[in-house]
Design a protein around this ligand. Structure first.
Ligand SMILES: Nc1nc2c(ncn2[C@@H]2O[C@H](COP(=O)(O)OP(=O)(O)OP(=O)(O)O)[C@@H](O)[C@H]2O)c(=O)[nH]1
Ligand SMILES: [Mg+2]
Length: 243
């Protein structure tokens, strides 16, 4: 396994962006980072551009600015396409809000040698969440259970967004046919990966609630997730056949 890249979608993450980038680069893992910013009103993208211009990261930091806020799913699809046009062997998804501790990255990079998709999981032994309200825990765990049951898959943390794909997986999935814009995107990517027959591994992570900045989780995103799980199940045959 050779070169990897971390894709980080951002929307109003000015308070977190510098810290997360520094935390990753200090690990010296040899991976690049692509920030996909949806024209954040707080100008997160300008901060990233500033960091690129210092040349501290010697060409390892990249920035894509999109015109409108279209949800995390669309931002990832655009970012994935950018990566596939270049020679990256594995592509990591990570949030900017410091909920995903970069210290887990070496374990992802190790496991992706033997698996096609590595998922940072809150619901396997050794994993968990810190500082979440009971309601938030219930929504997340309930959401995972709901999706697992309807889709008939065994992944424990179906909604997590800290994960690593081999390039072949993203090449095999028809990115233009992804229906989920928000939260459901993670579920949909897992489902499509499994239906294509790829090997998945969950590694434990402790997920910490964001300290700075605002959550983009909304009722609309939540309802989309509930509905899309059913839609995906109904479309199982078409997904398998690549229609
Ligand atoms: N480019 C882009 N990034 C987004 C969009 N929505 C969310 N993000 C980013 O995606 C990551 C995850 O979003 P969060 O708001 O943390 O969502 P969450 O993790 O489900 O919820 P909390 O952690 O509770 O806030 C963060 O880095 C966000 O900045 C979007 O529409 N466009
Ligand atoms: Mg978050």
């Amino acid at each position: 396994m050779h070169k990897g890249i971390i894709v980080i979608p951002t929307y109003n993450e000015i308070e977190n962006i510098e810290t997360i980038l520094e935390k990753v680069f200090v690990l010296d893992l040899g991976v690049d980072i692509l920030i996909v910013d949806d024209n954040s009103p707080d100008k997160t993208y300008a901060k990233v551009q500033e960091m690129i211009d210092t040349d501290l990261y010697k060409g390892a930091l990249h920035l894509m600015i999109r015109e409108n806020k279209e949800g995390l799913g669309k931002a990832y699809v655009a970012g994935f396409k950018w990566c596939l046009e270049r020679e990256y062997d594995f592509i990591i998804e990570m949030d900017a809000d410091l909920s995903h501790d970069p210290k887990y990255l070496p374990s992802f990079i190790e496991n992706i040698k033997a698996y096609d998709l590595v998922i940072g999981s809150r619901y396997v032994k050794g994993g968990g969440v810190v500082n979440w309200s009971l309601l938030r825990k219930f929504i997340s765990f309930g959401g995972s259970t709901y999706a697992r049951t309807i889709l008939g898959i065994s992944i424990k943390d179906v909604t997590g967004g800290f994960k690593c794909f081999r390039r072949e997986v993203l090449e095999a999935i028809d990115l233009d046919n992804i229906i989920s814009a928000g939260y459901a995107f993670q579920i949909e990517m897992n489902y499509r990966t499994i239906l294509k027959g790829f090997k998945v591994k969950e590694v434990p992570i402790i997920f910490e609630d964001r300290v700075a900045g605002k959550s983009k989780m909304s009722k609309k995103i939540f309802i989309e997730a509930l509905l899309n799980v059913v839609t995906l199940r109904l479309n199982k045959k078409a997904i398998v056949e690549g229609l």
